[in-house]
Design a protein around this ligand. Sequence first.
Ligand SMILES: [Zn+2]
Length: 463
Amino acid sequence: MTIGTLSQEVEDFWVKVSTEIKRMNMEPEKFNPTALENYYDEKSVWWKKDFINQLIDEARRNKKTRNLCNFLLYEYVNLVLYDLDEYFIEEKQTFLRALTKGINQTSWSLRKQTVQELISSHVSMSTHFEQYYKQRSKKLEEELGHSCLNKLYAEMNQADIERYTNVCVNILHLTKDLYWYLQKKTIKLESHILEAEWQDLLFIQKNDPFHQCFKDINTKTIFTALGHLNYQNIFIHESNIVSRPNSLAIDLPNEIYIFIQKGRGSEYLQSLLHEIGHGIYYSSLKKEYHIEQKQLGFRGITEAFAYSTQLLLLDKNFLASLNVIEDKHIEALIDYYKWDFLRQLRLVCVQFLLAVKHMEKNTYESLMNFTKKVIEETFFVHFPKELYWLYIGDLKTSLEYVAGWVWGIQLRHYMKGCKLEQQKQELFTLRKDSDLPLVLNREEFNFLKNDAYQIGVRELFTY
Ligand SMILES: [Zn+2]
């Protein structure tokens, strides 16, 4: 195996696959799932246990191959677990659809009743979840020889779990009082709930109190407000078939697509800014970089740019320049965003802590109790412990989102008052000893080493 040619092969493979994904989002009538399957079949030599393990060995010896290994390992695991995952994901989706329908009722007691009924009609979900994870581990053990994928990901991403845990615990502590204060305010604004339940948070998130006040959003105005005038490489495609907002980088830095469901309101605006942040990051990369540098690396870096852009919504002047809402609503909207962003940040921290707990192979009873306790203490709501499985995910995603949020907060602090165009070039550079794509080029961004992130947290989330 020569790493040099493998890198080029992966790039060709990615262009084909992502072009197909673009078609799926833009011209669904022309999309043919067999074409996508064929691209994977053509590369059958990659999806073999020996090949992946050889790559893992190589990545342990030579840091340069880590991104390549991470990418192929992730794809390999998805293929190996496809049938198993699909069954569980389908079941989870059915449950979530029923839940979304139930919690959309304006009446607090009806929402509570719906959730209770839903839990009693799905009592088998937690048993299924336990079986699913056991089968997953067994299958990985058989196929790959590693039963704990989380441990492998942590190693491949060189993640210091203890340090990440401390950062999460610390952020939860730092933001606790403000979150509680804003939540009381937000919930009162929305309805008259005295005692909040977990589903009430989901309700408010889906039915933001400002929806009616929003004007249509003009994407050109957003780019102008961002000071990012060179946006011809970023294509925004609004459509009703897109299930969740996402960005797709096909050929970097020239071809970046943002897919988002047509909409308006506060959730739409923050999603749009988040995805534009990804677009800004991708469009800042240089064409001559290898695909390992541009795309296959640790997702936390692109997420940092996305969160940093989204966090601009806490800036009064920026929000006013978008011309999406009357000035008289701006302050209340910022408070709402502060609450919502803190909710997202705190959730990311909680999910990381849960992923770690899960990795430690605790009994399900103790996992259930731990989840209930953490969710209740973090969000000041009652949480049904039967639903603990809803928030347990893989460690890789949690690591990337925790890092994305922390760096995003630091970027916002650092770029305060600066034009994005002027700043972005000096923000990242290539790390000499590895092919990690682009590391943030300043010591204060290394939250694994110092506590500078706390300044950003305090600055953004004060009241
Ligand atoms: Zn993102």
